[in-house]
Design a protein around this ligand. Sequence first.
Ligand code: PLP
Length: 388
Amino acid sequence: MTKYSKIISDKLKKLPPYLFAEIDRKKEEIKRKGLDLIDLSIGDPDIPTPKHIVEAICKASKNARNHRYPSYEGKIEFREAVAKRFREDFNVKLDPEKEIIALIGSKEGIHNIHLALLNRNDISIIPNPCYPVYKTAPILVGSRIYETPLLEENDFLPNLDKIPEKIYREAKIFWINYPNNPTASVATEEFYKHLIDLAMDYEFVVCSDEAYIYITFDGFKHPTILQIKNAKEVSIVFGSLSKTYNMTGWRIGYAVGNEDIIRALRDVKTNIDSGVANMIQDAAIVALTHDQKCVKEIVKRYQIRRDLFVKGLEEIGFEVKKPKATFYIWLKVKEDSISFTKKLLEHGVVVTPGIGFGKYGEGYIRISLTQSEENLKEALKRMKQLFK
Ligand SMILES: *Cc1c(COP(=O)(O)O)cnc(C)c1O
C-alpha cells in the first residue's frame, strides 16, 4: 500500500465489500497444506472452445484486414449471423443494421447500458439474488436501484404485483435474467407478457440477460423475451457466446432489440471502446452460422453432470429440484451459507455462498457443474463424508 491507497473515487468506495475475502484466505490456507480442492464455484466452462471455431480464428488472424480497428457496432456479417440465430431458433426477425450491436462480452453492454439510459435519480429494478453487475453498475454511474426478491415460492420470478407503482413510475430499467444465474430457474411467456405490459404503461426498458438461453435440458426450450408481442417496443436482450460455445475468454456477445436503445448503447461505446477484435468476430460468425451440433454436445455434457450431481445430493439426503437450465444447482442448506461453505471447504470442495448474490440468496449455495464428471464424483464423495 502507498499513500495513494485512498485516492480512489467515492463511487468506487461505495462498491459493496468483497464478501469472499475470508473464504479466499481459507482456500489458500488449505492449498498450502497440500489438500487439493475441487472448485465448484466458478461460472466458467471447463471444456475448450469447439475446434472449428478455434481453427476459424487461426485463419482470421492471418488476414491483414483483421489487424485494423473494428467498427463500433460490429461487422455486418456478425450482426447477420446473430439475426440468423434469432430467426431460426426463436422465429424472431431482427434488422442487423439497426437492432443488433456486437459487445466485448455481454458484461460490457450490461454495464454500459446504464451510462446510456440513467440519470442521477432514475431507478433500475434489479432482482435479488442477482448477477453482481446489475448492482455495481448503478453505483458506478451514480443512479438508484430497487431490489425485488427472487423467492422459491414464486419459482424465483419477481412478484410484479408487489412492486409499488411509485417505483414503476421512477424506473427506467428492469433487469431480468432467465435462465437465471444463480438460481437456475426459468421464465414463462406469461411472466414476460405481464412485464412487457407494465413496461408499455410506465415506459421503462426491460433489459433481459439471456446468457444461458441455450443451456437447457430434457428437450426444454427457453423463450427469448423478444418472441413476445410488443417486446421490441420496450426491451433489449443481452446475449453471449461465452456459455453457449465455451468462449468466455474470447470476449464476444451482443445486444439486440429496440433500435433507439441499441443506438444509445452504440453512442456510449463509441466514446469508451473500439469494438470487438475483427478476428474474434470472424470466428464468432463461424460459431453462429455453422451446424449447431456442438451446442447440443456441450448441453448434453451438462445434463449428464446435472443428473449425476442431483442424484448424489439426494443420496446424501438433500432435497434438490432438478434444474431445467444453466450449469448451476441452487441448493437449499440448513444453515447460513457462509458457514456451510467453510465446512465444505475444509473437506476440499469449493462452492459459492448464496449471500454473495444478495441477501435473498441466504440459505442457499450455488454449485457450478463446470468440472469433469470424475471431479464431480469426487466432490460428492467428500460431501458424503461430511454429512454421514
Ligand atoms: C456469464 C454471464 C454473463 C456474461 O457473459 P460475458 O462473458 O460477459 O458475455 C452475463 N450474465 C450472466 C447472468 C452470466 O452468468
